[in-house]
Design a protein around this ligand. Sequence first.
Ligand code: PEP
Ligand code: MN
Length: 265
Amino acid sequence: MEHSKQNNYFHQLSKLRRKPLTVAGPCSAESCDQVLETARQLKDLQVDIFRAGVWKPRSKPGTFEGVGAEGMQWLQEVRQELGMPVATEVARPHHIETALKHNIDVLWIGARTTVNPFAVQELADALRGTNVPVMVKNPVNPDLSLWAGAIERLWAVGLKDVAAIHRGFSSYEPSEYRNQPLWQIPIQLKGQYPFLPVIVDPSHIGGKPEFIFPISQKALDLDFEGMMIETHPNPAQALSDAEQQITPQVLGDILAKLQVRSLPD
Ligand code: PEP
Ligand code: MN
């Protein structure tokens, strides 16, 4: 299959606005009000894609595992009211079926799914014959082939609008980061596939609000295409990833401060 940046959905979005691709929204969809309130504020910031997880892969059982299919309706309201494309994480073929039934615009594969080639292949098979844009997070472990392999499985079923998300790599060593950035891995991925849009997820790399600006700036300096940033109207009350989410207002300040070296051509 022919690949080029020019006809990739993600590249087109940022090219249209002459700025890095910005994906933002809460870690989890929690209620219709929270989803709509966040999306309205993000729309004002010209965020390109609204994100919210409804099926949450939590490490421990007994924690909030997402609202499930009910959240699809809230995302549909965002599309209808604001005309913003909406994105959610899918980890099982039935998630894809439900998301597509509700016209979700963009899907992403999470770090805990990218590690498993069987799981990725099942998702790829469920996506065959569609042309949904899909973002692929790196696996939790620092393995470039697993990441590239997941992307290749999607290309192999005919998807052309694929992007990669760098969300850092877990480590047992204590660190100031929640997940190690190990920048050489996404840089190598970009080297292998120069046409592949790669964005950074500073929320899951840094694990705290103060890391969002420097990690985003570093990614833009490395010619990444944009960022995915977790945003919540009241981060302290968030049902997942409360420590790292920022308000739309803080996101606005960060976006205004970021220096963009090269604009999409
Ligand atoms: C998320 O984006 O909320 C998420 C679960 O991320 P990751 O797959 O990167 O851990
Ligand atoms: Mn999260």
